[in-house]
Design a protein around this ligand. Structure first.
Ligand code: CDP
Length: 238
C-alpha cells in the first residue's frame, strides 16, 4: 500500500483530532497532532511567565528552550506529546491553556519553529496530521486534504462531553465562547491563517456520527492511495 500524506484542517472542536487518530490507526499511519504542539509551547510560556501577548525578544529566545516531540510507545494507543522530554498530554488540554493557545499561535516566530518541526515529523509520509494550516502551509503537496467544520453548538457539546469524561470541570457557555474566540483569532491572523485549501474536501460533521466521519475520510484516503499505486505501476512499466 502506497504511503500518502493526509492533512486535516478545520475549526476548533469539530472532531479533527479524534477522526485523524482513528484514520491513522485504520491505515497503519502515523498520527501527528499539530495543535498539541502549539498547546505545549503555550504551556511552557505559561509556566515560565513569558508575556505571550507580544512577540518580544524574550519570547523569541525562549523558543530555543522548547523541544517538542511525541512518544510512540508500544503500550500507547496514540502518540503522546512531550515537552522537553516530559509527557504533557493532560495539562495541555486544560481550559487555562485553551484560553491562551490561539494568542501564542499568532506569532511568526512560534509558527516558523512549529512548521519546521512538523515537517521533520511528517517527512517520511504515511502520516495523518491535523491542525489549521497543514494543507495550506505545512504540507501544501499532501495527496489528501480535508477541511472539517460543524455548527458551534454541536462542537461545544462534544468538547464538554470530552472534558467531563476526563474529569476536567467546564461549562457549555465558557466552551462556546472559547471556541468562537479561537476561530476568530485563527482565521484572521496574518501568518498561516485557518482557511480551506482550494483542493481540500469539505466535510461538515454537524450531522455525522464518529464512525461516519472516519469512514468518509478513510474512503477518500483509499482512493488517493490507489491512485498513487496506479501511477507508480504505470511509471515502472513505461
Ligand atoms: O482540538 P482543538 O480544535 O480545540 O484545537 P487544537 O487542534 O488542539 O489547537 C489548539 C490551537 O492551536 C488552535 O486554536 C490554534 O490557535 C492553534 N493551532 C494553530 O495555530 N495551527 C495548527 N496547525 C494547529 C493548532
Amino acid at each position: 500500500m502506497k504511503d500518502i500524506t493526509i492533512a486535516i484542517d478545520g475549526y476548533a472542536g469539530c472532531g479533527k483530532s479524534s477522526t485523524a487518530k482513528e484514520v491513522a490507526k485504520k491505515l497503519g499511519y502515523l498520527y501527528i497532532d499539530s495543535g498539541a504542539m502549539y498547546r505545549a509551547v503555550s504551556l511552557h510560556f505559561w509556566r515560565h511567565n513569558i508575556d505571550f501577548e507580544n512577540e518580544s525578544e524574550e519570547l523569541i529566545e525562549e523558543l530555543e528552550n522548547i523541544y517538542i516531540d511525541f512518544n510512540f510507545g508500544r503500550n500507547k494507543p496514540f502518540p503522546v506529546v512531550t515537552l522537553n522530554g516530559v509527557e504533557v498530554e493532560d495539562e495541555i488540554r486544560k481550559p487555562e491553556i485553551s484560553a491562551i493557545v490561539s494568542q501564542v499561535s499568532v506569532h511568526k516566530s512560534v509558527r516558523r519553529e512549529m512548521v519546521s518541526q512538523q515537517r521533520r515529523l511528517g517527512e517520511a509520509g504515511g502520516v495523518v496530521m491535523d491542525g489549521r494550516d497543514i494543507g495550506t502551509v505545512v504540507f501544501p503537496n499532501a495527496e489528501l486534504k480535508v477541511f472539517m467544520t460543524a455548527s458551534i453548538d454541536k462542537r461545544a457539546e462534544r468538547r464538554l462531553a470530552e472534558l467531563q469524561s476526563k474529569g476536567i470541570p467546564a461549562s457549555l457557555e465558557d466552551i462556546k465562547a472559547n471556541l468562537a474566540q479561537r476561530d476568530h483569532i485563527d482565521s484572521s491572523r496574518e501568518v498561516g491563517p485557518l482557511k480551506q485549501a482550494p483542493d481540500a474536501v469539505l466535510i461538515d460533521t454537524t450531522n455525522l456520527n464518529f464512525d461516519e466521519q472516519v469512514d468518509l475520510v478513510c474512503k477518500l484516503a483509499k482512493e488517493k492511495i490507489a491512485k498513487k499505486s496506479n501511477k507508480k505501476t504505470s511509471q515502472s512499466r513505461s
